[in-house]
Design a protein around this ligand. Structure first.
Ligand code: NDP
Length: 327
């Protein structure tokens, strides 16, 4: 344990579009933000090749490049960007306490949580290989579907996300093959019916992914297994989409913040970034299982910084009123 406790006005946890946007706003409001980058500096976008739907980039930009630019913009206003991640918090008292790597203790007047969410993957070696190569594996149809126009793709999953993404892909791609591991959907009836009624979506029930096939650089197909008959076959495809859910990175906040059953942080006041703890705000995918876009994360990052600034201003005003002045 370190014996010196650092005190900061605004601590930002996470370095995706939400965290850096919060940092830009907080820094320009003179809140001297300290930002811890977390275990995946730059967040989920660093695994995306080309970002074409973030306004302001008419020619597109790669995910890693965009994150470097956001970081540079936050640093320009003197955000203190640090390596490392928060391993523990204590929001039970008046002071918001966090620990970096279980050692360094920080007390923050305001905290902005931008820890994001992680897409779940199947974990197959071949899936991870082409994901890392940027060669045709994706967990975001809205981000990457455009690159597969008029091509054939495969999507895994049977929940609302998988149905929504399969339907989105069906409008761009020649054919979408959907792999459902049980004999029924998990998705709501309306979403499942929609994919079943879409002509260029083929649904294979009781079907699991054996291997993502490729030429060493890009995906060329998927080997699947019918778990009832044990028959395997190969499907030709240039894209392999995984839509089996997300896990919000909120484990360290359990017991302090209100979370839903999946772990998403619940906004104490809808339409704001407030959590159930005064002075602790949330932005980005840690509280959003619906939109999950870089631009929406950035928007809520801005909201969190403005809410934090107003919280501090109200606290200062209350302090001035309650402190007698002597002439
Ligand atoms: P869900 O947890 O609802 O669904 C995950 C799906 O992935 C399940 O069908 C599951 O199969 C399947 N799956 C999990 N692991 C594997 C695996 N290893 N191999 C193959 N399949 C696998 O996640 P979603 O992201 O779909 O939805 C999360 C929440 O967000 C839900 O509450 C949903 O309703 C909501 N949502 C709402 C939307 C809307 O209303 N527009 C849009 C998107 C999401 P199995 O069924 O066999 O367990």
């Amino acid at each position: 344990m370190s014996d010196t406790i650092e005190k900061v006005k605004c601590l930002i946890i996470g370095s995706g579009p939400a965290g850096y946007t919060a940092a830009i706003y907080a820094a320009r409001a003179n809140m001297k933000p300290v930002l811890y980058q977390g275990t995946q500096p730059g967040g989920q976008l660093t695994t995306t090749n080309e970002v074409e739907n973030f306004p302001g980039y008419p020619d597109g930009v790669t995910g890693p490049e965009m994150m470097l630019q956001l970081q540079a913009q936050a640093k320009r206003f003197e955000t203190d960007v640090r390596d490392g991640w928060i391993t523990k918090v204590d929001f039970s008292g008046d002071v918001h306490k966090v620990w970096v790597h279980d050692e360094k203790e920080i007390h923050a007047d305001t905290i902005i949580i931008s820890t994001g969410a992680s897409a779940k993957y199947l974990g197959l070696e071949s899936e991870q290989k082409y994901l890392k190569l940027g060669g045709g594996v994706s967990a975001c149809a809205v981000c990457d579907g455009f690159f597969y126009r008029n091509q054939e793709v495969v999507i895994v999953g049977a929940g609302d996300s998988a149905c929504e993404e399969a339907h989105y892909l069906s409008k761009l791609c020649k054919k979408v093959t959907m792999l459902v591991r049980r004999d029924e959907f998990r998705a709501s009836k309306i979403m499942a019916t929609r994919v079943m009624n879409t002509e260029n979506i083929e649904i294979l029930f009781n079907t699991e992914t054996e291997e993502v096939l490729g030429d060493g650089q890009v995906v060329t197909g998927v080997r699947v297994n019918n778990n009832q008959t044990n028959k395997k076959h190969d499907i030709e495809a240039t894209g392999f989409f995984v839509a089996i859910g997300h896990k919000p990175n909120t484990d360290i906040f359990k017991g302090f913040l209100d979370l839903d059953e999946t772990g998403y942080i619940i906004n104490a006041k809808p339409g704001t970034s407030k959590t159930n703890i005064d002075g602790v705000f949330v932005s980005g995918d840690a509280a959003d299982h619906v939109y999950r876009q870089a631009i929406t994360a950035a928007g809520t990052g801005c909201m969190a910084a403005l809410d934090a600034e107003r919280y501090l201003a109200a606290k200062d005003a209350a302090f001035e009123v309650s402190t007698p002045t002597y002439n």
